[in-house]
Design a protein around this ligand. Structure first.
Ligand code: ADE
Length: 251
């Protein structure tokens, strides 16, 4: 997958070169290109922001540097498309607390794309006309990490690229670990333990030492349901209550 990120703080994205995603880049599974928005601002001070029309606090990101930066990304994507035919418009993700919420489901969906472009806003946001213009060239998706406000899109992009990147084929060594984790099946993950079996007076649940794989699977499922009911009850809405009852009775 090709990922382009446009930001006024390219260094912010440096951690994406580490660990699992770093290896994915070395292995050619992920091509991550970070672009400095200021390279597309041509006045003496390389200005990327200005005061908002209508007044109010803070500054708004100017349209023209964004259009030039995104046109430059589009030109690079078009060159790549000469090698890998891309059917649809490329996807542009605009991190914003006013976007649709990023979920594991969306991570799976975006992991299918041949390329993703991320536009990191700062200050009070990007001039809305950039999004209007971009809709002619990209499939534009404003996406929020959650109901809180960050200082800019960079941290949100780090979270999204990590969540999406680990789903690309070959990035996680053992694909089983993607199946067994929180949200993979809409529930929270069961608790995990390692040696020693008794530690500072806390014991590993007996069933996990039993070697009975059927019982262990049932116990884990029940723990998932209990945890989800306690911590994130809204995730169980629409779940089959008979299954919940069955699992509760089974263990
Ligand atoms: N930028 C500022 N806050 C954000 C959030 N919650 N999600 C995504 N991008 C943001």
């Amino acid at each position: 997958m090709r990922v382009d990120v446009v930001s006024i703080f390219p260094e912010y994205l440096a951690p994406l070169r580490l660990s699992l995603l770093g290896r994915a880049q070395e292995g050619g599974l992920l091509d991550l290109e970070v672009h400095d928005l200021r390279d597309f601002a041509f006045d003496r001070h390389r200005t990327v922001d200005d005061t908002p029309y209508g007044g109010g606090a803070g500054m708004v990101m100017k349209a023209e540097p964004w259009a030039l930066a995104l046109e430059s990304v589009l030109a690079e994507l078009a060159e790549l498309a000469a090698q890998t035919p891309a059917a649809d418009l490329p996807t542009l993700i605009v991190p914003s607390p006013a976007g649709e919420v990023f979920t594991q489901r969306l991570a799976y969906e975006l992991a299918e794309e041949p390329s993703l472009t991320f536009a990191c806003g700062r200050y009070e946001g990007i001039d809305e006309r950039v999004l209007e213009w971009a809709r002619g060239h990209f499939r534009v998706r404003p996406v929020s990490l959650g109901d809180y406000v960050l200082n800019g899109g960079e941290v949100a992009v780090m979270a999204m690229v990590e969540a999406i990147g680990r789903l690309l084929p070959g990035v996680v060594g053992n694909p089983e670990s993607l199946v067994e984790e929180s949200h993979a099946d809409g529930l929270l993950e069961y608790p995990v333990y390692t040696k020693p079996s008794s530690w500072r007076g806390h014991d590993v649940p007996e069933v996990l030492l039993s070697g009975n794989h059927g019982l262990i699977a049932r116990w884990r499922r029940e723990q998932q349901l209990r945890r989800t009911a306690a911590r994130r009850p809204e995730l169980l809405e629409g779940a089959d209550p008979s299954e919940f009852g069955r699992e509760e009775r089974a263990v």
